[in-house]
Design a binder for this molecule. Structure first.
Ligand code: ATP
Ligand code: MG
Length: 774
């Protein structure tokens, strides 16, 4: 197992139990070293599989680590503590929910749920949402939590901040009442649990003699404190990271943790790895040259023995639609050369870019899978179904209550809900509990809703998880509702997919056939006072007797586990398992992964680097690290693609190529389209403001780019009394609705390339085809 590693890697793997930091660039084998060290510790009997705790950054990488581990050693990895910070904290809190002051059935709010909860609070308390925009409040609360601060300990130096702290407190009370926990709270609670509860802390400190952390550069202050507590005096922390890949500062990650860790723990034991085993020379050198533009780096040198390989290919297209079409053609060619689809990744800076790409792949029937991003579990209909399911688990979950109380419509209006919220607030109860206090017609409808939920929960007790999901989709009225909707077919499909997801989940977690679980019956006491709670898992001493007690299988009902999974693993479930598919994801989600072929799309100023980042130098450097991460995902072949115009958030935008392209030496690049700055599209949509380069992006405007006449390819074309242009919606008598994605020629020779909604792309002669402009 060790023979295959280079001497530095071997040294890291076989370090005696002590704290250590591996500081090394992309593709140098950090993750491999970390995984091998786990195997080595187990094999040399220095640790049992249950005496290790490993933190990774995504669920995908946690799964990969377990797979690699079982390839190295013949052990069963089930029940091992390998996961993300959120996943591990969730597990700990479920095991000790009472000590943590939580319901066993606590639900996790994802960030959209959290925002909804904050909006509701701000409205209910009559707070001015212009002075306190919900998003700012959310950022404030999460920021405080990530620093480990409860409302009582936040510094409030002026009236505005004092008010924010009050809102934070109100939000806390609301979450408490509803039995819900947001992402930042998972970490803070788990931290406080260890901090306050000596028996539990000592138990875990004894148990985990080895703590291993991947992607250490992206830990935040609280995560680092949690690790320190968990390690105590006895355990060794083995951290690996790369300061050049720190890309979560915007979410509170603190790259300073690396220096601090070195000071606190690692002292002399910092290991550097310099050989890159992932990428060919042109790719690696492009990454090295790019990142050299950043300041204040810890400094690393990466080289490869693999030879220079192919140059990085660059392609510029007139529009995002053409970029997507080119992409699909090129992907077909790469597959034609024998590549697996799963070895091809399409990366983008912003989630909004994925729709066009997805559509192009879909139209060409190329299977693809989106990670993160366009999240299956975040689609409206899926969220509605999940809200009903959450109510099966916890009737006091007001966020879910409000989401579906009048969906499908049940004649419960905003005024009724306001009254109900007021009553709940006055009596300090959940909405569910406040229903009997309501009178009038609204009250009657609310009562009917409550009865519906109670009835569903009652009937559901004997159902397995997939049956329960099916049951809820049916009896909630969601199915009937979407059947009646014009565009409902997709949504019905997604609901069916949710049943599939539950089936797969139940089978994988061995919940197959078990009743979906302990359902909180209408007037059951809250779990905190519930004598029926199994006591075993709540005590660290008992739990210590069997590692598996910590497994969520024992801890949670199948439904509870599934709901946590839905919150934590949003997006992982939308492609059929095992299918060979193109991998689509944001650059953030690609961290730590590698593929034979990588396409980085939208390499444009304003998009990558993102315009929001350009206000300060630190923002630009983070974008550059992000590009560095993107480039270093590729093993053999890398493409950078950009579009001159793109529809984003309902607006056509025009952009120049990204400055990052100019930071890569020409010798590594091969332009497949001419490198000259192609003129910007001029069409009738042209308006001041649509083209904002120069002013907003902080670089001088190359005025000519705006004024230069456009190429015929991208100008509008007039035929008869009609004027056609790219991006325009058109209708054809036979092919139906479509969008113009390309124009060429003039007069009788004018042709348009049109992407039709139903029949794919066609090229039509404008003089002949009778097109109506939509
Ligand atoms: P990142 O910073 O992107 O997370 P990393 O430093 O974690 O990268 P790994 O993913 O561990 O790098 O390794 C990159 C690739 O190199 C993997 O395919 C890994 O198996 C391979 N590799 C690592 N070390 C060696 C080695 N000594 N011999 C051959 N291949 C290696
Ligand atoms: Mg890695």
């Amino acid at each position: 197992m060790i023979d295959q590693l280079n001497p530095e890697q071997q040294a890291a793997v076989t370090l005696p139990p002590q704290h250590a930091l591996v500081l090394a660039g992309a593709g140098s084998g950090k993750t491999r070293v970390l995984t091998t060290r786990m195997a080595w510790l187990i094999q040399t009997s220095q640790a049992s599989p249950f005496g290790l705790l490993a933190v990774t950054f995504t669920n995908k990488s946690a799964r990969e680590m377990l797979t690699r581990l079982s390839a190295l050693l013949p052990i069963n990895t089930r029940g091992m503590w390998v996961g993300t910070f959120h996943g591990l904290c969730n597990r700990m809190l479920r095991a000790h929910h009472r000590d943590a002051g939580l319901l066993q059935t606590f639900q996790i709010l994802d960030s959209a749920d959290q925002l909804a909860a904050i909006k509701r609070l701000i409205k209910g308390a009559g707070i001015d949402d212009e002075k306190y925009p919900p998003r700012d409040v959310q950022r404030f609360i999460n920021g405080a939590k990530e620093e480990g601060l409860r409302p009582g300990s936040v510094d409030a130096w002026d009236a505005h901040r004092r008010r924010l702290v009050e809102i934070y407190q109100m939000y806390q009370d609301q979450c408490e009442r509803e039995g819900v926990v947001d992402f930042a709270e998972l970490l803070l609670r788990a931290y406080e649990l260890l901090q306050r509860n000596a028996p539990i802390r000592e138990h875990y400190q004894r148990r985990f003699q080895h703590i291993l952390v991947d992607e250490f550069q992206d830990t935040n202050t609280l995560q680092y404190q949690w690790l320190k507590l968990l390690a105590g005096e006895g355990a060794s922390i083995f951290a690996v990271g790369d300061d050049d890949q720190s890309i979560y500062a915007f979410r509170g990650a603190n790259v300073g943790n690396m220096a601090e860790f070195e000071r606190d723990y690692a002292h002399g034991t910092v290991i550097r790895l310099e050989q890159n085993y992932r990428s060919y020379g042109h790719i690696l050198d492009s990454a090295n040259a790019l990142i050299a533009h950043n300041t204040g780096r810890l400094g690393k040198n990466l080289w490869t023995e693999q030879g220079e390989g192919e140059p990085v290919r660059v392609v510029e297209q007139p529009s995002d639609l053409l970029e997507a079409h080119w992409l699909v053609d090129e992907i077909k060619a790469v597959i034609g050369e024998g590549s697996l689809r799963s070895e091809i990744a399409v990366l983008y800076r912003s989630n909004a870019q994925s729709r066009v790409i997805e559509h192009a792949l879909f139209s060409s029937r190329i299977p693809y899978k989106v990670y993160g991003g366009l999240r299956f579990f975040e689609r409206q209909e899926v969220k509605h179904a999940l809200a009903y399911l959450r109510l099966m688990d916890n009737l006091h979950d007001d966020t879910s209550w409000l989401r579906v109380v009048n969906f499908p419509t049940r004649g419960i209006g905003a005024r009724t809900l306001e009254q109900l919220s007021d009553l709940a607030r006055q009596n300090n109860t959940s909405l569910y509990k406040a229903v009997p206090l309501m009178s009038g017609k609204g009250g009657g409808n609310l009562l009917k809703f409550t009865e519906l939920i109670q009835q569903m929960a009652y009937e559901a007790q004997i159902l397995s998880l997939p049956e329960l999901v099916e049951h809820v989709i049916h009896h909630s009225g969601l199915r009937t509702f979407y059947q009646g909707e014009k565009e409902g077919a997709d949504r019905l499909e997604n609901l069916q997919e949710l049943v599939n997801a539950a089936t797969v989940f139940a089978a994988e977690e061995n919940f197959d056939g078990l009743p979906a679980g302990r359902i909180l019956m209408p007037d059951a006491p809250l779990a905190a006072e519930d004598p029926a709670q199994p006591p075993a898992a709540d005590s660290a001493e008992d739990a210590a007797t069997d590692a598996d007690v910590f497994s969520p299988v024992v801890q949670m009902s199948p439904l509870g586990a599934f709901l946590s999974h839905a919150s934590l693993e949003a997006g992982d479930n939308q492609a059929q398992a095992g299918q060979d598919a193109i991998q689509l994801m944001t650059v953030h989600a690609a961290k730590g992964l590698e593929f034979d072929t990588v396409f980085i799309t939208g390499v444009e100023e304003g998009l990558f680097p993102h315009e929001n980042s350009l206000i300060e130098a630190a923002g630009l450097e983070e974008e550059r690290r992000l590009m560095y991460v993107a480039i270093t995902r590729a093993r053999q072949r890398l493409y950078l693609t950009l579009a001159q115009s793109r529809m984003l958030h309902g607006q056509t935008r025009y952009a120049m190529r990204s400055r990052f392209l100019d930071e890569i030496p020409e010798e590594h690049l091969k332009w497949l389209t001419p490198r000259e700055r192609a003129p910007v599209v001029a069409n009738s949509n042209w308006s001041a403001g649509a083209y904002r380069r120069g002013d907003a992006y902080g670089r001088p405007s190359t005025g000519g780019a705006v004024a230069r006449p456009a190429r015929s390819l991208t100008t509008g074309v007039s035929v008869g009394d009609k004027h056609f242009r790219i991006g325009q919606g058109v209708t054809h008598a036979k092919f139906g609705e479509g969008t113009i994605i390309g124009l060429s020629g003039a007069g009788v020779d004018a042709q348009a390339q049109i992407q039709f909604r139903d029949v794919g792309t066609k090229t039509l002669a404008l003089g002949i085809a009778k097109l109506e402009i939509a």
